[in-house]
Ligand binder design. Structure first.
Ligand SMILES: C[S@@+](CC[C@H](N)C(=O)[O-])C[C@H]1O[C@@H](n2cnc3c(N)ncnc32)[C@H](O)[C@@H]1O
Length: 241
């Protein structure tokens, strides 16, 4: 055992002094992608296919996400009692408006967070600044928007007491990128309760939302049960158990 530990430490030392980042740095992202894809594949394989989903479909159709939203609203009777809807990544407000127009409970409140200056970093084929938009104009007084990085707006939101811990939360993650997703989930972790719903818009992207989901659930021992998905788990919803 001791010998194994020594050999392991020696080998690690050798690898680090040989500066692999200089000759293997190009492989870092690909290796992470490969590992996360294997993990995602295991996750998909373990899913109960009887739960609302369309796996496997050869065509991605973004309008299907609204069927998922409706399924959640109906299954959890979200129109019957008030909840807090928190959307991270609002852009022009397509998904935000859907939720606003399909929930008529007057006490439900809607909170949309975004830089409104686009992505704060590159994401796949999208460059920093992509998806920039102006704050959506909505008449509904139940809606509030918070302009800025989540990293700057979420703590003040919580400190002001605007996050209502006693009522159900629907947390809609649509920021696309890993950093924003992991930041938001870990910041909200102490306030997440049994019965809250967490919805991802790009769940099956291995190095981004999937990776954030994996790290979050494994680090906080949060148990999330899948309640529906569309587009081969691109959009996936969970309930906190
Ligand atoms: C895909 S768009 C949202 C689309 C919208 N939910 C819809 O369905 O119409 C992603 C948004 O996330 C925002 N975003 C990503 N990371 C962010 C961060 N750290 N802070 C604030 N906004 C962020 C970007 O500005 C962008 O508008």
């Amino acid at each position: 055992m001791k010998l194994k530990i020594k050999a392991n430490a020696y080998l690690k030392g050798l690898i680090i002094v040989s500066k692999p980042h200089l000759w293997l740095g190009w492989a870092e992202k690909h290796a992470r992608f490969f590992a996360n894809t294997i993990s995602l594949s295991r996750w998909v394989d373990a899913q109960d296919k009887a739960v609302f989903n369309d796996y496997y479909t050869s065509k991605r159709d973004n309008t299907k996400r609204e069927h998922l939203y409706q399924h959640i609203v109906d299954s959890y009777e979200l129109n019957k009692s008030p909840f807090q809807y928190l959307e991270f990544g609002v852009s022009e407000g397509h998904s935000f408006r859907w939720w606003l127009s399909h929930i008529d409970n007057k006490e439900t409140t809607f909170h949309g967070f975004d830089t409104f200056e686009g992505l704060p970093e590159d994401w796949g084929f999208f460059s920093k600044g992509a998806m920039s938009s102006s704050i959506p104009q909505v008449e509904d007084t139940r809606a509030t928007f918070y302009k800025g990085l989540f990293q700057d707006t979420l703590y003040p939101f919580i400190k002001r007491g605007d996050l209502k811990t006693e009522c159900r939360k629907v947390i809609h993650m649509d920021a696309d990128i890993f950093s924003a997703t992991i930041f938001t989930l870990t910041t909200l972790a102490p306030y997440i309760n049994k019965g809250d719903i967490i919805l991802f818009d790009e769940f099956n992207v291995p190095n981004h939302e999937y990776s954030a989901y994996k790290i979050f659930t494994e680090s906080f021992y949060v148990k999330l049960r899948t309640i529906g998905s569309v587009n081969n788990y691109y959009q996936t919803a969970f309930i906190v158990e």
